[in-house]
Design a protein around this ligand. Structure first.
Ligand code: TXA
Ligand code: MG
Length: 370
């Protein structure tokens, strides 16, 4: 896949620093030194904002116990203040200060999937500022497995609230250059690492009841949760539009998400019929003067040759790679100044459920069944 952001990377990384007042440490090839990490940890502790890599996507961290730090996160992202943040910890001990109790169900899932891409929603302790939880009586907690993230959290000595490190509404960043593009000049520090391994945000599971309820699908699938807990289900609103005035079980469900500047339209159905419809619409949009992007898979790229800016998400046989590539591909269409993206879809199960969830939201629920 082409890399449209090469120029940005060299502009920012040539001398190891950024061109704004944001401190940029490390790169996708250079290792961050202990001294640099300590500096970032100190900034966090002092209530500043620090973006850092995790195995899911990059996060924008702040001291979860400092309301002023939380406000800086919301401000930097332009995020609605009622959309709560995930609190990241490096060790189980840190849970004591955050949650009222760890139920047997929560413990089962922690044992099975922590550290890793699983966020658990539990009853909060009063010490957790309401700025973090958007006024809810629950708090979402995750223990990432990413080595740098864990070292940073541990060194800071505080729980780290961190939403994805994108401007609100944009696709989550899986590469440091995407974080720099969205947040340079808006945050104190950006720690650069490699491409995020999973590429989609963590699975968010409410464990306040008897049965785990998935509020956001991710790398830990429903099947995996059921095999660990013996039960589990999706919240009924996971993939649908939240109605005006409706109270979502997870506030994040209400907001526009993962949207590139281009309009995205999804096509579902038999592969031949999908291809025919995408080709027909691509021709019509092109005729009307729109710049067309097509998002497809390695096996099907050839079908669309010369029909627009054609980008592959990877092989249909490797949905893990499709997940890893999804957000950077959505961002690539913006760099290519595309007006409309016509996208193929994947099967709605396993990791495909998480991919489809992000695609549906990126498309603003515009799904054409052919
Ligand atoms: O993988 C991830 O989860 C990344 C990395 C940085 O860890 N973080 C992330 O955070 O995706 P964010 O803020 O972009 O998404 C957090 C989601 C939102 O949909 C929010 O509504 C939901 O979690 N959430 C947070 N606290 C909640 C709570 N107490 N109850 C229900 N949903 C909650
Ligand atoms: Mg986010």
């Amino acid at each position: 896949m082409r890399n449209p952001d090469q120029s940005v990377q060299s502009a920012f990384f040539a001398d190891g620093t950024g061109t704004s007042n944001t401190l940029i440490l490390g790169s996708d090839t250079a290792v961050i030194s202990d001294a640099e990490l300590l500096l970032a940890a100190k900034l966090l502790q002092d209530g500043e904002t620090v973006a850092f890599p995790t195995e899911t996507v990059y996060g924008l961290g702040g001291n979860a116990l400092k309301p002023s730090a939380i406000r800086k996160i919301f401000e930097a992202k332009g995020r609605p203040s009622d959309n709560p943040l995930i609190v990241h910890i490096a060790d189980l001990d840190a849970l004591n200060g955050l949650v009222a109790e760890v139920s047997p169900l929560a413990e089962t899932l922690m044992t099975a999937f922590w550290p890793g891409p699983l966020t658990l929603v539990m009853k909060k302790r009063p010490e957790v500022p309401s700025e973090v939880t958007g006024g809810l009586d629950t708090v979402a907690v995750r223990m990432p497995v990413h080595e740098l993230a864990r070292r940073l959290i541990r060194l800071s000595g505080v729980p780290v609230a961190a939403p994805s490190a994108n401007l609100s509404g944009k696709p989550s960043p899986t590469r440091c250059e995407d974080v720099i593009r969205d947040l340079s000049g808006r945050v104190a520090c950006i720690l650069c690492g490699e491409l995020s391994e999973i590429g989609l945000e963590s699975t968010v599971v409410d464990v306040t009841g008897e049965e785990p309820v998935i509020l956001r699908p991710g790398g830990i699938t429903l099947e995996m949760i059921r095999s660990a807990a013996g039960c589990g289900k999706y919240d009924e609103a996971v993939d649908r539009k939240i109605l005006e005035g409706e109270k979502a079980r997870s506030p994040g469900m209400k907001y526009t998400h993962y949207s590139p500047d281009a309009e995205v339209i999804l096509f579902e159905g038999e592969p031949e019929a999908v291809a025919a419809e995408i080709l027909r619409r691509a021709a019509a949009y092109t005729l009307a003067g729109s710049r067309v992007g097509i998002m497809t898979f390695d096996e099907r790229v050839k079908i669309y040759a010369d029909s627009g800016e054609v980008l592959s998400l990877g092989s249909l046989e490797r949905l893990d790679q499709v997940a890893q590539n999804l957000f950077q591909t959505l961002r690539a269409f913006d760099s290519g100044k595309i007006d409309v993206v016509l996208s193929e879809t994947v099967e709605d199960s396993g990791i495909g459920k998480a991919i489809m969830n992000r695609l549906i939201k990126a498309a603003g629920y515009r799904v054409v069944r052919v």
